[in-house]
Design a protein around this ligand. Structure first.
Ligand code: MRU
Length: 342
């Protein structure tokens, strides 16, 4: 029988020169950990969403490139680094945390590429990126809990907890801290089609944290709001433009529009590593399109004929004017946003 408490699982860990991750595609029915020192295995895990969530993807990519440099002769450093770096860069296009972490690793490589302790230096940087995310998650939780003005019914989308980050989560940690402060009645978790991160992962984490919850299909959010059963919506983000336009899991934009109509506050919670300082607006965000089989099948079970065409964006972009506030580790920002100095 699997233990039900928040310390009984982790998403990613680096231990004894090995990277360990929980295979999120098997949750919540099986808690299976995979141990590897192969960067290619980590790249595949990111592509298959065994590892997922913007911050977790970035941290894992940093460890992956680091591992690719282990026990190499100095003369092979450059070729192998470029190979691993390019492989990881191509895993998923939307979460900017991936590119942020890879750039941080690249800076260390560029500075110490002739250093015999390169692996240790890259590992120190990967651990620093990981530790920063742990700290960011804690501060996001503390900052975000302050937006609760009363004991609330909260709705969230996709998964933003420990599974999606290096620490205790972003939007999930806001909810968790608010719950511990007596400010949450119930959490409604959207199932989050097509890959069911809400039903499989957020519900798993809510149960582990002993937070009261109910799951719903994505199309049920409107009626829940119409019945005045939602006081606040909080989600994460995968990339935030300088003006606050935010990419997050497909279906987030629907919620922001619904909140606007029903006059419900809609918040995004994300670390500053999710802000892309190179793009002025959300128009420049590259949205990943996934294989149509993810729509035509549920957990590999064929639901509709393979020859059907399908529309399969993994993310949508919510325009900043629909976002009441963006919670980072630094503060709660309010519309109109300007993240140049964040
Ligand atoms: O496709 P996924 O599962 O990686 O998408 C994840 C999300 O959209 C999360 O909401 C986002 O990465 C924030 S995670 C703290």
């Amino acid at each position: 029988m699997t233990e039900i408490n928040s310390d009984s699982y982790f998403s990613i860990k680096f231990e004894n020169d090995k990277f360990v991750f929980i295979d999120q595609t098997k949750l919540p029915l099986e808690e299976v950990y995979v141990e590897t020192s192969d960067y290619e295995r980590i790249a595949e895990a990111i592509e298959r969403l065994e590892i997922r969530g913007a911050p977790a993807i970035g941290i894992s990519a940093a460890y992956a490139v680091t591992l690719s440099m282990k026990n190499l002769p100095l003369k092979s450093y450059k070729e192998k680094f470029n190979l691993a770096f390019k492989r990881l860069e191509q895993t998923r296009p939307t979460a900017v945390n991936l590119f942020f972490a890879l750039k941080e690793i690249q800076k260390v490589f560029n500075q110490f590429q002739n250093h015999e302790n390169l692996y240790d230096l890259l590992l120190a940087k990967s651990k620093e990126i990981h530790q920063n995310d742990i700290d960011f998650c804690n501060r996001i939780g503390e900052n975000g809990a302050k937006v609760f003005t009363k004991k609330s019914n909260v709705l969230t989308h996709c998964n933003t907890g420990k599974l999606a980050t290096g620490g205790n989560g972003t939007a999930f940690n806001v909810i968790n801290v608010a719950y511990k402060n007596g400010l949450v009645n119930i959490v409604y978790a959207d199932e989050t089609r097509p890959l069911l991160q809400g039903l499989r992962l957020t519900a798993f984490e809510l149960e582990k944290n002993k937070i009261p919850f109910a799951v719903l299909t994505d199309s049920m959010a409107a009626v829940l709001m119409q019945q005045s059963k939602v006081d606040i919506v909080i989600t994460g983000a995968d990339r935030i433009a300088l003006n606050g336009d935010s990419a997050n899991k497909i279906g987030t934009y629907n919620l922001a529009v619904l909140c606007n109509f029903h006059n419900i506050p809609f918040y995004i919670a994300a670390p500053s590593t999710t802000i892309d300082r190179t793009i002025p607006t959300g128009e420049d965000i590259i949205v990943e399109y996934r294989n149509k089989s993810e729509i035509l099948r549920i957990k590999n079970q064929q639901i509709a004929p393979e020859n059907y065409d399908a529309f399969s964006p993994a993310f949508d972009v919510t325009p900043s004017h629909l976002i009441t506030g963006i919670i980072t580790e630094k503060r709660v920002n309010f519309f109109p946003y300007n993240f140049i100095n964040e």
